[in-house]
Design a protein around this ligand. Sequence first.
Ligand SMILES: Cc1ncc(COP(=O)(O)O)c(C=O)c1O
Length: 419
Amino acid sequence: MIDRRGFLFHAGLTGVNLAMLPLVARAADKVVSKTPEEAAQDEDYWAAVRGAFRLDGRFADLQGHAVASAPSTTLDEMARTVDVVHSLPAYHLFRYGQTEKDRVRARLASVLGAEATEVALVRNTTEGISTLIRGLEVELGDEVVTTDQDYPPFIRAWQARGDREQFRVRVVSLPNEASDDQLVEQLANAVTDRTSVLMACHVLFRSGRVLPMKRICAMARERRVRTVIDGAHGFGHVPTDVSQIGCDYYANSLHKWALGPVGTGVLYIREELIAETPPLFMPWDESLGDNRIEKFEDPGTSLPAWPAVNASLDFLEAIGLPRKFARHAYLTRYWSEQLDGVQNVTVRGIQGPTHGGGFASLRITGVESRRLFRHLLDRHRILVGPGETDIKIASQVYTRPADLDALVAVIKRVARNGL
Ligand SMILES: Cc1ncc(COP(=O)(O)O)c(C=O)c1O
């Protein structure tokens, strides 16, 4: 009985993929001869992709940078795993759980440019980065360098630890208009012989700008500074290969740009650093050595989400990452160009090689961003990201140009007449 259940667990997961994925894969046949940039504008193809999601069609969801919808195949996998696991929990979690996680780990490692022994499965970027903020060795009188464009809770977490343990956190100001050379120089100037950690975002969360991470990490490594990269808007959104970037640590939330189920993320740790990096939770298994990546994972009760990550990776593969990146960039250009030159509207987010593609921020002079956010949501059912000074607009693979047209029409009206 037990073996049969175990068998069904695996066979069933594969069965769902085979039944559902061809929808998106077949649609890709239509764009296969097109460049990613041409395919990015093929609305028939993207309508088919959108059809693979179960969306709340009453809203235009332009907040997918925070949490994205996962495709139906992923949701089905997750529902099935919940059923199977709860039919015999301890057995499925503790016997099959590890095998399932190892399968996903190996796949994630290959798409991230890492070894499977370097990828921990965590709940999100917050868990990954918090593990490092709590655990990395920083000595009395040392310094941690980060930027004013980093995620505020992470800056505050470093500052709280710095206050307790008496080390300094240097927050470097990164101007939006700076060139890549200037950014690298600014960070290099902030690093001293007391700096032990440099934390920065792969893609800046306010503007979508991609930092020249390979150069930043090379500079830090030359000076023996460990690099902690907040990749919340990296993997799945822009090309990401951690071995090419050359960072020491990289954290990502799969439920953003990789279209994974809510509550899944990865923490990459360069092999040589695993042993010296302490975990957030003490592993249940005492025999798990210090140099095993699994020590960074919770004790195993989060299994239902992990087989579903495989379905999300299948989905990304069926679209093809270059096509996905091109679609993000196309949609951001689509709405931002319509607002070019509109009086009182400022778009923050540079198009071109230094821009992340899928999101940018905007503000209307004289209109408070929180009120604009509420107006869009309450009056027009358009969900955007609320920021301190700007609203953030993100496009995912299921975003329609019509959603963006609706946004542009409201923004133009408010820019002219106020709220
Ligand atoms: C730059 C950045 N880092 C970290 C996070 C936290 O992500 P999560 O809530 O998935 O951990 C966010 C959230 O949007 C973010 O924008």
